[in-house]
Design a protein around this ligand. Structure first.
Ligand code: 9L3
Ligand code: MG
Length: 153
């Protein structure tokens, strides 16, 4: 696992990889507005800093995925969203967590990078032009799914 930067730099994985009593799921939001999706640039860990991701984080005990998604976007972007259908295939992270992406729509507020280095709205063409190296490894495979979602609306 140390070969993968995500697990190597993740303190949660190092502390207790299998049984810390918390859910093993991470949720990520594809916030879509018209023909654009919101990506945010991670600030940490160092191995992922500066790489684009769908914002989100770990599901807490007792939360549904939708509740976790709404909370994470409130915390990370200061905006209220409504969770929608799943998008893309869930991804097994090297630290034993499973990452799930969901569509989301803005309900109120203006998203801002409160915990990220930057956030930006991307069209499908802009997503395709992104260098894969500039996207967190776990999210790279979702780019075609995101492009399809943007082009069907
Ligand atoms: N992760 C990967 N891609 C994403 C998100 C939201 C999260 N789009 C990975 C990074 C960490 C773990 O999931 O290994 C927990 O995420 P966070 O709480 O550090 O955002
Ligand atoms: Mg997060």
């Amino acid at each position: 696992a140390a070969a993968n930067p995500e697990s190597a730099a993740n303190p949660e994985a190092a502390a207790n990889p299998e049984s810390d009593g918390r859910p093993r799921d991470v949720v990520a939001a594809a916030v879509i507005d018209r023909d654009r999706v919101l990506l945010a640039q991670r600030a940490h860990p160092a191995a992922l800093a500066g790489k684009w991701e769908l914002p989100g984080g770990r599901v807490e005990a007792g939360e549904t995925h939708a509740q976790a998604l709404v909370r994470e976007i409130r915390e990370e972007l200061g905006a209220e969203v409504e969770a929608g259908d799943g998008i893309g295939t869930p991804v097994a992270l090297p630290n034993g967590l499973t990452l799930h992406a969901y569509r989301a729509r803005l309900r109120s507020g203006t998203p801002a990078a409160l915990e990220h280095l930057e956030m930006r709205w991307f069209t499908a063409a802009e997503l395709r032009a992104l260098d894969a190296e500039d996207v967190v490894p776990a999210d790279r495979g979702w780019i075609p799914d995101l492009c399809r979602a943007l082009e069907e609306t």
